[in-house]
Structures are given as structure tokens and as C-alpha cells.
Design a protein around this ligand. Structure first.
Ligand code: BGC
Length: 505
């Protein structure tokens, strides 16, 4: 029989276990939560550009849009309409805190099930909308679904995964986000030619992943960590055996039990989160998400059709740009899945900073020099070059800040603050996605090509932060982060008093 505790790379313990089919099935079903999120990200922009949708719900916006004067940098911008899109993110922001409570008290699985119910009702109200109230309530419910799913899915995946492939399994969440974005873009392109109800098809098809998540969620298990934390110790041991596919799971089981004992002493996770010892994972969780949005990814993806048009693809620009950038986004995520547990998290983030800095900087330089607001076009060669740079940018993001913005916050908190801490990651993502979505078009109009330098400057900041302050978490068991990572770090260890007096907090 294999030894119970195998010493892995360095002095990190490796628990016994195989990658079972059952884990793979659970991962795919849970990742459908990511597909819902990606579909929502991808679908809104296209739907709010459909005339049939505007005429029905925003007739005044439709009228004004007909007479808007656009130029290369100032696209038609309506904050009211934008707010409609962003309402989902605001609802998700609030919902993630409620979801964190549900996640600790009732488990990861019920949190995902509640998410799927929100999604289903949200889809029915938006796709079947007959007045603006219905559609907006639908968007808010979809937002609640996103808040619940984004809270539970990454945690579920990180807790379910064997340590040595935790990164790869967790990234299936991001992979499904990117697939959702790609599908949404294709659906929008096709549905925009179906009058007058194409927008209903776009919004309604979100029901498919929602149904998969809701029915599929009955087939998946609860994580052993969540079961043991809620005193279902024997069930936790049984599930651990099932997902690891071996009988001897005692070492991993003991490490979870130990984490649960610590967690049980903490009565108020949010208050505990404000203590110095929680600062390292909290600061990192929030900043990774803020930085993720300040790479400018959503702005670039949004601006891509305009750039593709400039190359001369004409009416097909929107389809081509979304297919090309969307496919690159999906495919590059596999690079991350392959490398994250081999090369580690930091190297991916740092390499991508260099790649994204160069591409943003060069795009900014070319546009500043040659693309004026009006009566100005890039030469064909220049435009092809810019589009190539956009693709390289998306590629870099997709194997680094995209997936790792979700992975690292889900794996670095000790159990007692994991769900509360992760809620800050989810809500920071929602808040900054909202801010960028709301401000981007006005910023582009005022700063013109300078906006690319704005994002480039952020990339420098996040690169320095990663280099100096982000610890490597590859191969570290999820419940050993405090001992193996935070207490060993040159900077963050100063917050980790040896005497972790957590009682009653
Ligand atoms: C981000 C989204 C982004 C997507 C792109 C996600 O990780 O949170 O804001 O649109 O990646 O693939």
C-alpha cells in the first residue's frame, strides 16, 4: 500500500487520492455557474444595441441614438441605459455577502442551487419582459444568481480539488466564463437579425445553462470541508473517500478537521476578517480583483469591434472581432489550466503583465499618433497590427489575471474566514466591473488614446505588487495556507501573530 503521507515538492505534504470521474462531473456541473456569468457579461451589450429592444423599453434612448454624432473616440453613450446593464453587477455585489452566510451555514451546494433558481426566474422575467419593471427586476434576480454562483463555485472547486491540481480544476470556472462570453456574442450576432423578438431569444437562451446548473446540482456532492465544518463529520469522511477514490484519506481528513476546529471558534467571521491576521489574504483578494478589472479587459473587449471595423471588415467586424477575441480568450485559458500547477501562479501573472503592458502601450502610441477623433483612419497595415496586439493582450489576460483573480482568493483564506473573505473578492469584482462599464465610454471620449496609457500604468502597479507582495500558493494544501504561506512571507508574516487567539471573535 502507498505511504499515507507522501512528501511532495519541498516540504509540502501531498495527500493520497486520484482524480475521479465523479470529481470531474462535479467540476463541470458547478462550472456552469461560470457559464451563466460569462453569458450575462457577453449578452447585455448586444441586446441594448438592438433597436427592437430599445424601441420597446427605452424609446427616448432610441430616438436620441438616431441623431447622435459619433466619432472615433466618442461613441454613443447613455448612462441610463448603461445603468440598466450594470444593475446586474450592483445586485451581485450585495448578494455575494448574503451568499457568503448561506455558504457557511448551509453549504456550497445549496448556495449554487439557490443561484440557479435566481437565474431561472431572472431569465423568465427578462426574456418574457413586457414592461421595463419586469426586465429590471429580472436583471436584479440574475445579479443575485451571479452573486450566489460566483461566491460558491470557486470555493466549491478549490475545496473539492486534490491539492496538486487545484489550480487547474478551479480554472474551469474561468474557462466556462469565457465560453459563456463567446456563445453570447455569437447568439447576439445571429439574434440581432431576427425581428422583432431577437432580443428575447438572446436573453432566453441563458435558461439552458441555468437549467443544467439547477438539475445538475442534484447530482453533485457537498465539499467534505463544508460538511465537517457543519458537524457532519462521518458524511464528510465518506465523501472525501468517494471524491479521492481511495480508502485511506485520514491525513487529509485530519487536516480538514483541524481547520474546522479553528473555524468553529470564530463566531463572527466578518469581525475576524478585520483583525490584522486576516489582512494578508483580504488585501490580496480585493486587490487581485480590482487589478483584474484595471487591466482594461472589459474595455478592450468592448472596443474590439471598433478596431476591427477600422481594419476594413465592414459589417462583419462585430462578428469577427467577437469570434476572434472570444475564441482566443477561451483557448488561452487552457494554457493557464496546463501551467498553473506546474509553473505556479506568480510567473503567469508577471509574464502577462509584461505582455499586457507592451500591447496596451503600443496600441496607445499608434492610436495617439495616427487616429484623430474625426476624419481619420488607420492604414490597413497599422490596423492589422493593432488588432494583432489586441489579440495578444486578450491572450495574456486569459492565462493570468482572468483565472487567477478568482483562483487565488478562493484558496488563500483559512476556513474560518474563507466564505466571508471571498465575498469581498466577488463584490470587488462586481464593483469595479460596474465602475469600468459605467465610466469607460466617457473616459474614452475625454482621454482618447490616453486611456490605453491609463490602463498600462495600472499594469505597472499590479506587476510590482505581484513581484514583491504576492506569495506563491502552488502545491500548498488549502488548509495549510496560514502556516506554509502567510507565516513564512517576508512582509505578510508581520501580521500573523504566533498566538492566534480567535476565540469568541
Ligand atoms: C472577469 C470578467 C471578464 C472575463 C473575460 C473574468 O475573469 O471577471 O470581468 O469579462 O474574465 O474573460
Amino acid at each position: 500500500m502507498a505511504p499515507a503521507l507522501v512528501i511532495g515538492n519541498g516540504d509540502l505534504p501531498e495527500f493520497e487520492g486520484r482524480i475521479t470521474i465523479y470529481v470531474a462531473v462535479c467540476v463541470v456541473i458547478a462550472a456552469f455557474g461560470g457559464l451563466m456569468f460569462g453569458y450575462d457579461i457577453g449578452i447585455s451589450g448586444g441586446v441594448t444595441a438592438m433597436d427592437d429592444f430599445l424601441k420597446m423599453f427605452f424609446p427616448a434612448v432610441y430616438e436620441r441614438k438616431q441623431h447622435a454624432h459619433e466619432n472615433n473616440y466618442c461613441k454613443y453613450d447613455n448612462q441610463y441605459l448603461q445603468l440598466f446593464t450594470s444593475s446586474l453587477y450592483l445586485a451581485a455585489l450585495v448578494a455575494s455577502f448574503v451568499a457568503s452566510k448561506v455558504c457557511s451555514k448551509y453549504g456550497r451546494k445549496p448556495t449554487m442551487q439557490i443561484a440557479s433558481v435566481f437565474f431561472l426566474i431572472g431569465v423568465a422575467l427578462t426574456a418574457g419582459g413586457v414592461n421595463i419593471e419586469m426586465v429590471i427586476i429580472g436583471r436584479i434576480l440574475l445579479g443575485c444568481g451571479v452573486g450566489f454562483a460566483n461566491q460558491a463555485v470557486p470555493l466549491f472547486l478549490s475545496e473539492l480539488a486534490p491539492t496538486k491540481i487545484r489550480g487547474a480544476l478551479n480554472i474551469s470556472f474561468q474557462l466556462f466564463i469565457t465560453i459563456g462570453i463567446l456563445i453570447a456574442n455569437l447568439v447576439n450576432y445571429w439574434a440581432s437579425n431576427i425581428h422583432p423578438y431577437g432580443w428575447r431569444i438572446s436573453l432566453g437562451l441563458a435558461g439552458i445553462p441555468a437549467l443544467v446548473l439547477s438539475f445538475g446540482s442534484f447530482a453533485i456532492c457537498e465539499t467534505p470541508t463544508s460538511l465537517i465544518e457543519r458537524n457532519k463529520v462521518e458524511k464528510g469522511r465518506k465523501i472525501l473517500r468517494k471524491i479521492r477514490g481511495v480508502d485511506n484519506v485520514e491525513d487529509e481528513f485530519d487536516s480538514i478537521v483541524h481547520a474546522c476546529e479553528m473555524a468553529r471558534q470564530v463566531k463572527q467571521p466578518f469581525r475576524k476578517l478585520m483583525k490584522p491576521a486576516s489582512r494578508p489574504p483580504l488585501v490580496i483578494a480585493i486587490l487581485l480583483q480590482v487589478f483584474q478589472q484595471f487591466t482594461g479587459i472589459n474595455a478592450i473587449m468592448f472596443y474590439a469591434p471598433v478596431l476591427f471595423q477600422t481594419v476594413g471588415f465592414g459589417n462583419d467586424a462585430a462578428l469577427l472581432s467577437s469570434v476572434i477575441t472570444g475564441a482566443i480568450n477561451v483557448l488561452s485559458t487552457f494554457v493557464s489550466i496546463y501551467l498553473v500547477d506546474k509553473a505556479g501562479r506568480k510567473i503567469l501573472l508577471l509574464e502577462a503583465c509584461v505582455q499586457m503592458l507592451l500591447t496596451q502601450g503600443i496600441i496607445g502610441g499608434i492610436l495617439m499618433k495616427d487616429l484623430k477623433a474625426t476624419d481619420s483612419y488607420l492604414s490597413h497595415g497599422e490596423a492589422v497590427f493593432v488588432v494583432t496586439l489586441v489579440c495578444l493582450f486578450v491572450m495574456g489576460f486569459a492565462w493570468s489575471w482572468g483565472p487567477l483573480g478568482w483562483l487565488i482568493p478562493s484558496e488563500t483564506f483559512p476556513l474560518e474566514t474563507r466564505t466571508a473573505g471571498f465575498a469581498f473578492a466577488v463584490s470587488s469584482n462586481m464593483l469595479f466591473t460596474f465602475i469600468i462599464a459605467q465610466a469607460f465610454l466617457s473616459m474614452l471620449c475625454h482621454m482618447q488614446a490616453g486611456i490605453f496609457f491609463f490602463f498600462a500604468a495600472w499594469i505597472v502597479v499590479m506587476g510590482l505588487f505581484t513581484w514583491f507582495l504576492l506569495p506563491e500558493t502552488k502545491g500548498v494544501p488549502i488548509d495549510s495556507m496560514v502556516e506554509k504561506v502567510w507565516k513564512q512571507h517576508w512582509f505578510w508574516s508581520r501580521f500573523m501573530g504566533d498566538n492566534d487567539d480567535v476565540k469568541g471573535v
